[in-house]
Write a protein that binds this ligand. Structure first.
Ligand code: GLA
Length: 714
């Protein structure tokens, strides 16, 4: 049951009267957001403004302007502001003073705190919202802005969060990349000046930059020690995270990118910023990730407590070159090796302009009559008959100029008038701010997802915005495109998730362009990268796992990099396992390895996907990568070792086991002909295993080993 507490609900005028009447120190409200191991303290100053005590700082809040909790531009604050607004009368300054605080107990351990701030000179209000997850040390933070001025107020900057940290020894780990090279970590000391991470890609957050980062308060972040804070902005559009290092402060500001995004807020409307997710640990990155993963399984993604199936995708097997029989011919071998869902990728639609390559057809979502004469339903039925579920690829937000849709509605695409149209992958983005486009895209979704037997959808987005012009939005509202697009997209994703609760959804964006909790809450998983070379994936999945549980990281076995099949299978098994192989052409040896991997995965998937992750050996640093997962009751564990370079392997040291429990040791799906694991078939206590480790059966580059530990009753 929800309980509801109002700690102080008084207009600031009333508070000021009170302050005048009694000694200020006793009256200035202060409050703390508290989780199990983290607290964030605030204090109202004598000037009525709200101040924050820097995280991890020993000093008391000094109530100097630099300490302001959500600083506003134009009235004395001259560093990077959280809010910059132009009022209806043209005044470019804002002053926010504390009004009241409301706490709501939403569920056991989850509390919502809403702090109302108001401008004394204007009917302009800002509510800072914080949802604490006590057990997980997670704080979700966002801001709501509202006013009743005589006309629109223009928001130039509107951060979701504006957290203060002490600058001493403060490190930032952030992630950059490009297509097929996503998620490369950089770790650096924050130094004076403003460090900005951002994207201006509009319809996706990630690819070159990433709205996920780590702040480490005790020098370079460590896996099992030190105070760290993970930041993750739940936004699938252009974002900005700025780390403003000035004086004895670092302010971490994150939110929608202010770049070209001025927002004209009408009187009575509310602007709600994206949610920023902060996760704290005083025990390093491992503990931080486990808490964030636990939060994500409950609140960050769909069906976070249900282990994922094994999927077979035809993309790298056929690319655009297939017909009914070619696809249907894959179902029996798919079943035979143990996969559970078949995903038909790009190329199934378009008639006047068939989608036989990436030049044409996007927008014309009618099944291609030459390839699928009777549509999708018979194919889905055939898959089900052969014992595998059926899924499909769509890219509803896009159009090829070579399509019937574009011929009929050229004004539906996002382009800049007077400019030469710039295509990416031969396509344009449809303008989702236009209601007719929203209706059209919804019809694609209902027509495709409504096909009987549909179980899975890969929702792709293969370009970003470079010419952000909308023929629907008024000339003075063009800057709304960035924000209104993403909000319209979320409305459609939410509707999809609600209308089709039993269809599994994968986010994809020309590789790993949509890897954020904004979209993920409507989806089950995302595609981290088109690069499926397992030597690359070992490191990439490690880095994504700082923020996302592995059940959300689609990982398919392919021929990228031409690595040994056993190695590729082991790497994919350590995340959300799938395959993108032509099973008709696969050698019997490789097929047997795949079948063995699938059967092994089915034995441990509840442990890898629902258990706790311990990152053991960083693949960026040594000659191998290693991980282990432990079930929450600590009765079962799965250890993965991926040898990247030759070298006599030291023992892998598992973590998180119950020291007192005895575990049997068993290698799953061992590589053909490889020496057996030492200690195989023995029984050891958790203490022994964590102290002495386990020597894996792999020692040469591109060998891998997966070991199952099971607690015995004696
Ligand atoms: C994108 C995806 C691929 C595949 C193709 C299809 O590049 O990342 O996995 O679906 O589109 O065109």
């Amino acid at each position: 049951m929800k309980s509801f507490r109002i700690l102080l609900l008084a207009s600031f005028t009333g508070l000021a009267l009170l302050l005048n009447a009694q000694p200020a120190a006793t009256l200035r409200p202060s409050f703390t957001l508290q989780t199990a191991h983290f607290s964030l303290a605030f204090q109202v100053g004598a000037d009525g403004r709200l101040y924050q005590r820097a995280i991890g700082a020993d000093d008391k809040a000094k109530s100097q302007r630099a300490d302001e909790a959500y600083p506003q531009a134009g009235d004395g604050y001259f560093w990077e502001p959280a809010l910059q607004a132009v009022h209806a009368d043209g005044n470019t300054s804002t002053t926010l003073q504390y009004v009241s605080l409301i706490r709501t107990n939403e569920a056991d351990g989850r509390e919502l705190t809403r702090v109302l701030l108001r401008d004394p000179a204007y009917p302009f209000e800002v509510t800072l919202c914080f949802r604490t997850d006590r057990e997980r040390d997670v704080i979700e933070q966002w801001t709501e802005i509202q006013h009743h001025e005589s006309g629109a107020v223009t928001l130039e900057r509107m951060a979701s969060t504006s957290l203060l940290l002490p600058p001493h020894n403060l490190y930032l780990r952030h992630f950059s990349g490009d297509w097929a090279k996503e998620m490369n970590p950089t770790t650096e000391l924050l130094t004076p000046g403003t460090k900005v991470l951002d994207s201006k890609t509009g319809v996706r957050a990630h690819q070159f930059g990433n709205p996920n980062f780590i702040l480490s308060l005790d020098g370079e972040p460590q896996e099992n020690s030190g105070r760290v804070l993970a930041g993750s902005l739940a936004w699938s559009g252009s974002f900005q995270c700025a780390f403003d290092h000035f004086g004895d402060h670092v302010r971490a500001l994150c939110g929608v990118n202010p770049f070209a995004s001025a927002y004209h807020l009408a009187p009575g409307e509310t602007f709600t910023t994206p949610v920023m997710i902060w996760t704290w640990s005083a025990n390093g990155l491992g503990d931080m990730s486990r808490k964030l993963h636990a939060w994500a399984r409950d609140h960050g993604l769909r069906a976070g407590h249900e282990p994922r199936t094994v999927l077979l995708n035809n993309w790298e097997a056929t690319f655009f070159n297939f017909d009914f029989n070619r696809i249907a011919g894959l179902f029996a071998p798919a079943k035979e090796i143990g996969t559970e869902i078949f995903l038909l990728d790009d190329g199934w639609f378009g008639n006047k302009y068939p989608r036989t390559n990436d030049n044409a057809g996007l927008g014309d979502w009618q099944p291609n009559r030459a390839r699928l004469p009777d549509g999708l339903a018979p194919l889905a039925a055939q898959a089900i008959k052969r014992g595998v579920k059926f899924g499909i690829w769509i890219e509803p937000e896009m159009v090829n100029p070579k399509s019937e849709l574009f011929e009929q509605h050229p004004d539906w695409a996002i382009v800049q008038p007077q400019r030469k149209v710039e295509l990416q992958r031969n396509q344009l983005v449809l303008d989702l701010t236009r209601p007719a486009v929203q209706e059209f895209e919804w019809s694609i979704i209902t027509n495709t997802l409504g096909v009987p037997g549909m179980s899975y959808v890969k929702w792709d987005c293969n370009r970003y915005l470079t010419q952000p012009g909308s023929s629907y939005l008024a000339p003075d509202r063009q800057s709304h495109l960035w924000i209104d697009y993403v909000n319209a997209l979320y409305a459609m994703m939410e509707r999809t998730a609600k209308t089709y609760p039993n269809i599994e959804l994968m986010l994809c964006s020309g590789g790993g362009g949509r890897a954020d909790y904004g979209a993920l809450k409507y989806f089950h998983e995302f595609w981290p990268s088109d690069n499926t070379d397992p030597t690359v994936r070992v490191a990439m999945q490690w880095d994504y796992s700082y923020f996302f549980p592995v059940m959300a990281l689609a990982s398919h076995v392919t021929h990228w990099g031409h690595r040994p099949m056993h190695f590729a299978c082991c790497v994919a098994m350590s995340a959300r396992f799938g395959m993108d192989l032509d099973l008709v052409k696969l050698s019997p040896e490789d097929k047997a390895i795949c079948a063995g991997a699938i059967s092994a995965y089915k034995k441990i998937r509840d442990v890898t996907q629902l258990g706790d992750l311990f990152r053991l050996e960083n693949p960026h640093q040594g000659i191998r990568g290693a991980l282990n997962f432990v079930s929450t009751d600590r009765n079962r564990a799965a250890i993965f070792a991926f040898q990247l370079k030759d070298g006599e392997g030291k023992p892998v040291m598992p973590q998180g086991l119950d020291p007192a429990k005895k575990y049997s040791v068993h290698e799953l799906n061992p590589a053909p002909g490889r020496a057996a694991l030492t200690r195989e078939a023995g029984t050891f206590t958790g203490e022994e295993l964590m102290r002495d480790g386990l020597k894996p059966s792999c020692g040469k580059a591109l060998e891998a080993c997966v070991v199952e530990l099971t607690a015995t009753t004696n």
